[in-house]
Design a protein around this ligand. Structure first.
Ligand code: SAM
Length: 322
């Protein structure tokens, strides 16, 4: 491949004009010229979730540009922020704000407009709408009111970080931001401590160290990949451990946007802990543990036998004393 064809993070490149998408649109199974303009009064409009770049304007898809141009209205998380994106791509569609503090009331107004036949495109500050931002409220309200919703795939910090993490991508869970409320956060951290899948978290730079400390406290030392300023000029991917990361940030101030990708608890460790907890229980307590979860005596006996690595008959004999 020639050098000029590759793109460094931070490069801003205007996408080439493409044939195809943008001229003919498949809308709810029909080929439409544009958005069914002219037929608006006969049909409900659609909500288009448009992913936008998380740092590199070259990642804007041609379909997102075309959709934003043709929509009747763009709902944006921060209109001052999005105006720059719209200018760059010469999009002149009217814009309105849709954010955390007006998400319910504004969703009602937007749904009314779509019921009248208008097409609305939703964008957020960066990335895929409805991922760690208020988009989900609008999507749900559209569904409840019979307004079609479609999603234009594109950048998402979670997936970009996961693919760069070097950790298992086969099974993962996305936690977004940890809750700020203390008790809620503790409950989530306890749940994450048992999680065997790779865990993806979002965090703001000023809370990074505190979050690393809390993760270390609750999950112990784990492998973690810190993904910073993804797709931007200073993109950094740091595969490390929670302890090493804490050491690093004791002398360095975290700057930029971060995604944390944490390794899940190993299945072997989980199994060893389970065995240790069964060993501390009497047979009766072990049986009660499963029966309290709704198992009948026969199934509980099977589960106990499996945990203890013995035959069902042995458990039966111990319980019934013969
Ligand atoms: N909807 C977005 C998405 O699809 O990823 C996420 C929105 S959430 C309000 C913002 C958080 O995403 C940031 O605090 C950061 O954790 C993460 N993020 C967004 N852009 C990023 C980037 N370029 N590099 C690293 N993290 C990023």
């Amino acid at each position: 491949m020639e050098d000029k064809e590759t793109q460094n993070p931070g490069d801003v490149r205007k996408p080439r004009k493409l044939e195809g998408p943008g001229t003919a649109w498949k809308l709810n199974g029909r080929e439409e010229d544009g958005f069914g303009k002219g037929g608006k009064t006969e049909m409900t409009g659609t909500l288009y979730l448009c992913a936008t770049p998380i740092g590199n304007l070259g990642d804007m898809t041609p379909r997102a540009v075309e959709t934003l141009k043709q929509a009747d209205l763009i709902a944006a998380e921060d209109t001052r922020n999005s105006i720059k994106l719209l200018h760059f791509f010469e999009i002149h569609t009217p814009m309105t704000s849709y954010h955390e503090y007006n998400k319910v009331e504004k969703a009602r107004q937007l749904v009314d407009r779509m019921l009248e036949g208008q097409n609305v495109a939703l964008i957020t500050d960066a990335g895929t709408p409805a991922i760690s931002d208020p988009g989900e409220v609008l999507v749900r309200m559209c569904q409840e009111n019979g307004v079609p919703v479609t999603s234009l795939p594109g950048p998402c910090a979670c997936i970009t970080a996961l693919t760069l993490s070097g950790l298992s991508t086969r099974r993962f869970c996305f936690e977004g931001f940890l809750p700020s409320e203390k008790r809620e956060k503790k409950a989530v951290l306890e749940e994450l401590a048992r999680e065997t899948r790779t865990i993806v978290l979002y965090e703001a730079p000023h809370r990074l160290v505190r979050t690393l400390e809390e993760l270390h406290e609750c999950l112990g030392n784990r492998r973690v990949t810190l993904c910073r300023e993804l797709t931007k000029k200073f993109e950094t991917v740091l595969p490390t451990t929670l302890e090493e990361a804490l050491q690093r940030y004791s002398t360095e101030e975290p700057k930029g946007e971060y995604v944390l990708v944490l390794e899940g608890k190993s299945l072997r460790q989980k199994r060893q802990e389970e065995i240790a907890s069964w060993e501390a229980m009497s047979l009766e307590e072990h049986m009660a543990y499963y029966q309290e979860q709704g198992m009948d005596q026969k199934d509980a006996m099977k589960a106990v036998a499996r945990d203890r690595g013995v035959g069902k008959r042995e458990i039966y004999q111990q319980i019934h004393g013969n």
